[in-house]
Write a protein that binds this ligand. Structure first.
Ligand code: GLV
Ligand code: GLV
Length: 366
C-alpha cells in the first residue's frame, strides 16, 4: 500500500478494511486487549510515516490516554498524516483547534448511530419506568409467588411529559420516538431551535387530534423551554443529549437534581461527566421513587461507590450505538473519512451525513 493507516482497535465488519485496502492503503490494527494507549505508545505507532489514524472514543479521566491534542496532532502531521477519524459521534477526546493548527482533518461518525442510540435511550426510559431489571431479578431469584395488585408498580408514560436536553440528531430522534410511540408531551431545551422536531410534533398532534378526541383525550403538546431548569422542573422523563465540554460538565448537579420531580426518570446516553454522579447516588438514596437509566459513567468504566447497589438505577456498559448495522456503519464511515481526505475526494455516500469533517473548511497550514 502507498498509504499507511493505523487503527487503534479492531473495528467491526470487513467493509471498512476492504475499502482502505482497495484504495492503496496498508492498514495496521492495534490488537492490544487493554484499551489504553499512552501518548508515547501512539507516537511510536505513528512512526515516520502515517497517513491516517482511526481512533475509538475515550470517555473519562481513566481513559484519557487517547486524548488527541497538540502533541499527537503535531506528531501525526510530521509523519505526513492528513486525516484522523473517531469511530464515534462524540469527539471530546479531540482538540479540533490543535488538529486545525497541524492541518489534520478530523472526522466523526454521525448519522448511522442516531436511531440506535435513541432506541437505547428509549429502552432505558421504559426499563426505568416499568422497573424491568428489578422485576427480572425478582423473577430469577424465585421470589414470584403469585400475582399482586401492587407488584412492581411503575410509571405510565402516556400523557406524561418527556424532557430532552440537547435536541440535536439523537435527542430529536429520541423525542420523536417518545412522543409518537408513547403519546408523551414534549419539552426540550437547546441553544438552537429544533425546527424539524417542532414540525414533526406539531404535525403529529394534528394527525392524532381526531383519533385522540374520539377517545376523549388531549393531543400531545410541545414547547421549547427557555432554560434547562424549566425542563428539569416540568418533565417526568428526562433524557440528556448534549456534547461534553466545559459548559456541560456536571450539568446535572445536586441543585438541579433537587428541582426535579420526586418520581422523575433521568436517562443519560451522552457522556458520564454531564452528571455529577456522586450527587446522583445520594439523590437516588434519598428518593427511592426517582429512577435513572445510565449508559455512561463519570469514571467510566467504573461506577461511583453505591450506584451498583441501588434498585432505582438501570446501568448498561456504553452500548447505545451497539447494533451490528450501526457499528459496521461507524467503522465504514470512519474509514471513508480518512480515505476521502488521503485520496483528496469525498467517497462517503451516507445521505444522513451532514458534515463530513468537523473542520472541513479549515485551510491547511501555509
Ligand atoms: C460513542 O460514545 C460515540 O460518541 O459514538
Ligand atoms: C392482569 O393480569 C389483568 O388481567 O389485569
Amino acid at each position: 500500500g502507498k498509504y499507511r493507516v493505523v487503527s487503534t482497535k479492531p473495528m467491526p465488519g470487513t467493509r471498512w478494511i476492504n475499502l482502505l485496502i482497495e484504495q492503496d492503503c496498508r492498514v495496521e490494527i492495534c490488537t492490544r486487549k487493554k484499551t489504553i494507549l499512552s501518548v508515547e505508545d501512539i507516537i511510536a505507532l505513528i512512526g515516520d510515516k502515517c497517513d491516517g489514524w482511526l481512533s475509538c472514543v475515550y470517555v473519562s479521566v481513566f481513559q484519557l490516554t487517547e486524548d488527541w491534542g497538540e502533541t499527537l496532532f503535531s506528531a501525526l502531521s510530521r509523519a505526513g498524516g492528513k486525516a484522523f477519524s473517531n469511530m464515534a459521534v462524540g469527539y471530546n477526546n479531540v482538540d479540533v483547534n490543535a488538529a486545525n493548527k497541524y492541518g489534520v482533518a478530523v472526522g466523526n461518525t454521525p448519522g448511522v448511530l442516531t436511531e440506535t442510540t435513541a432506541e437505547l435511550a428509549a429502552s432505558l426510559s421504559l426499563s426505568a419506568a416499568r422497573r424491568i431489571v428489578e422485576a427480572d431479578e425478582f423473577m430469577r431469584a424465585g421470589l414470584y409467588d403469585g400475582w399482586l395488585p401492587n407488584l412492581f408498580v411503575g410509571n405510565l408514560l402516556k400523557g406524561q411529559t418527556v424532557g430532552v436536553i440537547g435536541a440535536g440528531r439523537i435527542g430529536s430522534a429520541y423525542a420523536r420516538m417518545m412522543v409518537e410511540g408513547f403519546k408523551m408531551n414534549l419539552i426540550y431545551y437547546d441553544l438552537y431551535q429544533a425546527t424539524r422536531l417542532e414540525k414533526f410534533v406539531t404535525g403529529m398532534s394534528v394527525t392524532y387530534a381526531e383519533f385522540l378526541k374520539a377517545n376523549g383525550e388531549q393531543p400531545v403538546t410541545w414547547k421549547r423551554a427557555a432554560s434547562m431548569d424549566e425542563v428539569l422542573r416540568e418533565a417526568d422523563v428526562i433524557s440528556l443529549h448534549p456534547i461534553l465540554d466545559k459548559t456541560t460538565y456536571h450539568l446535572v448537579n445536586k441543585e438541579r437534581l433537587a428541582i426535579m420531580k420526586k418520581e422523575a426518570i433521568l436517562v443519560n446516553c451522552s457522556r458520564g461527566p454531564v452528571i455529577d454522579e456522586v450527587a446522583l447516588v445520594e439523590h437516588l438514596k434519598q428518593n427511592p421513587m426517582f429512577r435513572v437509566g445510565l449508559d455512561v459513567f463519570e469514571d467510566e468504566p467504573y461506577m461511583k461507590p453505591g450506584l451498583a447497589d441501588l434498585k432505582n438505577a438501570v446501568v448498561v456498559p456504553h452500548i447505545a450505538s451497539a447494533s451490528k448495522w450501526t457499528r459496521e456503519g461507524m467503522a465504514t464511515l470512519a474509514a471513508l473519512n480518512v480515505l476521502g481526505k488521503i485520496k483528496g475526494y469525498p467517497v462517503w455516500s451516507d445521505p444522513n451525513r451532514i458534515e463530513p469533517f468537523l473542520n472541513e473548511n479549515v485551510p491547511p497550514p501555509a
